[in-house]
Design a protein around this ligand. Structure first.
Ligand code: TXA
Ligand code: MG
Length: 342
């Protein structure tokens, strides 16, 4: 398949080029689109044929449901069969548009293939001007998983999408790097027990400021339980070389790393650690205290690690508070081994 590359700038969206992408979507084909979290592989959420093409292009297991992206409240209401309670409205007002997916009871409008035969659907109102303009111009909601081949890190740059999906999809919108850099937080609001099913761009603590009853789903803390979010059970983001995740405080991590021969190892870490070592191969996640910068860089670092001539990778973790929990989740899913240094 010939993949059309459509170059768009977020602060100046060319109408002409936007309509090229809309045309592809209206013909039930897939287009990779920028969002503020990661690039998504978008198609008409109301067309079974279009959805089938998403699953095929990604090599995605069919039991893993897709997130549906909307651009206004009317569109949301048509996709769900559930009243918007005061609790839900407070969350929407605080976090939409933005990196939060809400799981609702689904309406008949949403095909079973989108929700992988669950009776719920994950919906997100993204904060990216190009994504919003596309939904508005197409006139239908867009189903969009992350635009990577299944198992690879989610794409935060258009070039990542090109690497994974060139020749497999009808179009790629070539825009800027995603600002958030990790996927949305998935929050189940389909029953009265609001539970986080996937950690992401919005932290537990900031959700609790709006609704103190929100907690993580048990399966996030206990891997032996079946997760309610089917995507959580798959291995993710793993580089092809073995990657060891180290956790601990700065002093113990630095002392441990100083005892190691780092000659053939890539160290992905924060400046506070890298500055105290002489690691010949390293990539920086920024400062230990700036979770946002680390999220923005993490997936790009994992992809870049593939191009560096080393035998293995060591990556260091973060404090679990706030968005540190999301970083540790993604680091844990990508690594083949974990070690805590005390
Ligand atoms: O930030 C994001 O969420 C990106 C951008 C493109 O919006 N999308 C994304 O989609 O990460 P995907 O398909 O890679 O991950 C969706 C996650 C999966 O873990 C899936 O199992 C879960 O959301 N999910 C979707 N619908 C669900 C539902 N009805 N119930 C439980 N989990 C659901
Ligand atoms: Mg994904």
């Amino acid at each position: 398949m010939n993949t059309q590359l459509i170059y768009l700038k977020t602060d100046h969206i060319s109408e002409n080029k936007l309509l090229k992408a809309v045309k592809i979507l209206q013909e039930d084909h897939c287009v990779a689109i920028p969002t503020e979290t990661v690039y998504g592989l978008a198609a008409n959420a109301l067309s079974e044929l279009a959805i089938k093409r998403i699953f095929e292009a990604k090599g995605r297991p069919s039991d893993n449901p897709l997130i549906v992206h909307v651009s206004n409240m009317d569109m949301l209401k048509r996709c769900i069969q559930q009243d918007l309670s005061i609790r839900i409205t407070a969350i929407i007002d605080a976090f939409w548009p933005g990196p939060l997916t809400l799981v609702f009871k689904k309406s008949e409008l949403i095909p079973e293939v989108v929700s992988a035969h669950l009776d719920t659907v994950g919906i997100r109102w993204p904060a990216h001007p190009i994504a919003l303009a596309l939904i508005e111009a197409s006139g239908f909601p867009l189903a969009a998983p992350s635009a990577n081949v299944s198992g690879r890190p989610s794409p935060t740059k258009a070039e990542h999408v090109l690497h994974d999906l060139n020749g497999k999809i009808a179009g790629i919108i070539m825009a800027e790097q995603s600002v958030v850099g990790v996927e949305s937080t998935v929050l189940d609001v389909s029953s009265d027990d609001f539970r986080i099913l996937r950690k992401g761009g919005v932290s537990l603590e900031s959700l609790q400021q709006i609704d103190p009853s929100i907690t993580y789903d048990d399966a996030l803390a206990h891997p032996e339980l079946t997760p309610k979010s089917p995507g959580q059970k798959y291995k993710h983001y793993a580089p092809s070389k073995p990657m060891l995740a180290l956790s601990g405080n700065i002093e113990s991590l630095v002392s441990h790393l100083k005892t190691m021969n780092l000659e053939h190892i890539l160290l992905i870490s924060v400046d506070e650690i890298l500055n105290q070592l002489n690691a010949p191969y390293h990539l920086s996640l920024g400062s230990l205290h700036d979770h946002e910068v680390a999220m923005n860089r993490l997936f790009d670092c994992l992809r870049e690690s593939e191009t560096i001539p080393v035998d293995s990778i060591i990556i260091t973790g973060f404090d679990d508070a706030g968005l540190g929990a999301t970083l540790n989740d993604r680091i844990g899913k990508a690594s083949s081994q974990k070690l805590t240094i005390i």
